[in-house]
Every structure is written in structure tokens, then in C-alpha cells.
Design a protein around this ligand. Sequence first.
Ligand code: URA
Length: 214
Amino acid sequence: MKQHTQSQLLIWQPLRRADCSACILHKEAKTVCNLGDGPVPCDGAVLGEAPGFNEDQHGIPFCGKTGVFLRRMLKDIGLDPRKLFFFNTVACRPPANRQPKAKEIKACSPFLFAQLERVKPKAVLVLGNAALRAVTGKKGAITKAEGSIVRKDGVAYVPCRHPSSVVRLENEDSYLFVLQTFKENLVIFRNILYPKKDRLYAVPEDAQERLPKC
Ligand code: URA
């Protein structure tokens, strides 16, 4: 199982608060104050919602099933996940993977922004409602914001539905359609990081035929 490297720990240890009690999430978490993972500084960052079961066990963001899927999709559109920094909106696992509450997002935001300050990304892929709210202050459905770019303090934030919501649809009729929208957001993110790179991913010509029947 992946672990933080010594050099990552040197960077983050002064920031990490393993005894944090700023919100109630520390009470049931195995890993309190889960650190981000990836190179520092880093042009591209990926912001999730919260650690899940595996992330809580191992203290590494996106190391479970959703992370495997996300990394595969990033590779598919021509991005190397090893060159991205992965972190979460709240750093402790919410009980039963429930959505983090507004007061928990607020309590964790100094840690989130401290990580952003050190990572200094050009672009952040913002996964899900909680992440969007934390970094842009925008409330509401991520599905309304996706397809756009929110520029703030010199950083381009790219809203994108959360990969776990895509994985959940794997056996549904709507899966291919949702997957395609998801990948289009990844492509927006990639094009900010590598504006001149050859376009590796194109929307398939039969896309319309694969729209779900309503
Ligand atoms: N989902 C998230 O939002 N973050 C993780 O680290 C894993 C799953």
C-alpha cells in the first residue's frame, strides 16, 4: 500500500494536526488530519470531498476504489496521476461516508488553504459540491457548475462531478453518458495544464446515440 515519502512528511509534518478537534469528525476517524498526496509544488491538484474507508485506514487520499477509477480516467485523457497532488476538503472521514457538513468544511478550511499555499497549483479539479463550496464559496449542485472554469486568486478551479457518483452508475443505462461528461471536465482541466498538448481525447461521434432514454 502506498505511503507518504519522507520528503512529503518533512513538508507536511509541521502543518498536520494529528490531535485536531476543530470539528466532531476527529472522534470516529482512524487517521485524524489526512494529508494530501503528490509532488509539492505541483501545477495540477485534485480536490476530493473527504477520506473514505480505505483512505482513513491508510492515511492516503484516493487510495481506494474511487481513486483507482479516477486515476484510470486521468490516464485515459492523457494526464499522469503521479504528477498531480490529491487532497480533500475535510481531512477526517465522516461517519458512514456521509457528506461533510458546512461547519466541518469551515473548520477544516485553514488546513485546506495551507495545503493550497504550499502546492501552488495553476489548476484544481474540484470534485463534488463540498469541494466546490470550500474553494469558491459557490453553493449548489456541481452538475450546474461543470463545464465552466472559476478563476480565483490566480488559480483556475474546474468543477467536476465526484467520481464516486460515476462509479455508482456502472451498471445503469446512464453510465456512458455520465462518464463522458465526467471525462469532458477532466479534459478542461488537462487543457489548462497543457494548453498546447495534442488533443488526446475527442468526444465520440456516436455520443448522441448513447444519451439515456428519458
Ligand atoms: N473520495 C474522496 O472525495 N476523497 C478520497 O480521498 C477518496 C474518495
